[in-house]
Ligand binder design. Structure first.
Ligand SMILES: C[S@@+](CC[C@H](N)C(=O)[O-])C[C@H]1O[C@@H](n2cnc3c(N)ncnc32)[C@H](O)[C@@H]1O
Ligand SMILES: [Zn+2]
Length: 278
């Protein structure tokens, strides 16, 4: 994997021995049994176990695999096909804050006329372990988007779905003609869930454009809105567990939702695409 660099000395990492990646300064990183690399230096960990925990990762996987968010996947793919032109048909695509890997697998592969080599990172080792274990053709590693172990100007497409954004690092690793896609919650995202928990609903606001410009030019925005009909207690709970509400709200407040066996919920996403300014 030539675009991966050592998180300590920034020189290229290569898979010189069977189960190990090393750099010219002898920093070495073992490939985990699931096939991923841990490239997060210990001194850059803000806590023992940074990022989403195993329960959150499992909750995301079980909800996403029900397919309810697949209209979002289709919107992302259409944007790539209709709004982007790359220097080559063969591109490197990178999922920044990849979680358990659903979007890197579903949105960045099988794009008409393009061949993608897919990489993904997350600061959570549980996320990366689950992604690598399931999506064997992609390459996943643990790292922070604030210090990416990726060579300058080496990626053609960066995808960030509901994850933290680090515009300077995105700029550094993006190729001249590359694109960044940022998906964030649009005003009415999961409105019905929030209304069942809080007394008043505060629409979501996205800061992607503010944060990314002027380092990047804003290329296009697409809003994708659809309703999903949850028809069992399990699917209601599955969605709830994927939201921050579940992990940060007292159990009594959640009872309004956890007792429901049917719920119609608005999904509302903003997809912003950025390009480097010349
Ligand atoms: C809401 S989840 C989204 C995951 C995935 N993109 C999805 O939509 O399923 C946010 C993710 O960002 C990760 N994360 C948080 N801080 C990070 C950082 N500094 N670097 C990389 N990932 C980070 C979390 O571990 C979590 O997996
Ligand atoms: Zn090194």
């Amino acid at each position: 994997m030539s675009i991966i660099i050592c998180p300590y000395c920034k020189s290229p990492l290569s898979n010189s021995k069977e189960k190990t990646f090393t750099c010219e300064n002898n920093h070495s990183f073992d490939i985990a049994k699931q096939g991923y690399l841990n490239l997060l230096p210990v001194n850059q960990k803000k806590s023992k176990d940074p990022g989403d925990n195993q329960m959150m990762i499992a909750a995301r996987r079980s909800f996403l695999e029900l397919g309810f968010y697949d209209p979002l996947i289709e919107s992302i793919k259409t944007l790539i096909t209709d709004e982007m032109s790359f220097a080559s048909k063969s591109i490197i695509a990178f999922d920044a804050g990849c979680g358990e890997g659903y979007y890197s697998e579903k949105a960045l592969k099988n794009l008409p006329g393009l061949e993608t080599e897919v990489l993904g990172t997350d600061i959570s080792k549980y996320a990366v372990k689950n992604a690598a274990n399931k999506y064997k053709d992609n390459f996943y590693f643990v790292s922070s988007i604030y210090n990416l172990p990726i060579a300058d100007s080496s990626t053609d497409l960066i995808l960030s779905v509901f994850s933290p954004v680090m515009e300077e690092e995105f700029k550094r690793i993006l190729s001249k003609q590359g694109y960044v896609i940022i998906v964030s919650p649009a005003p009415n995202h999961l409105r019905e869930i929030a209304e069942l928990i809080y007394d008043s609903f505060r629409p979501h606001a996205s800061s992607a454009i503010e944060q990314m410009t002027p380092l990047f030019g804003h290329h296009v925005t697409k809003r994708t809105t659809f309703k999903i009909a949850l028809k069992s207690k399990e699917s209601v709970l599955s969605l709830l567990k994927m939201t921050p509400y579940y992990w940060s709200t007292g159990i009594e407040r959640l009872e309004n939702i956890t007792t429901k066996s049917e719920l119609s919920v608005t999904c509302d996403f903003t997809i912003d695409v950025f390009k480097l300014v010349k």
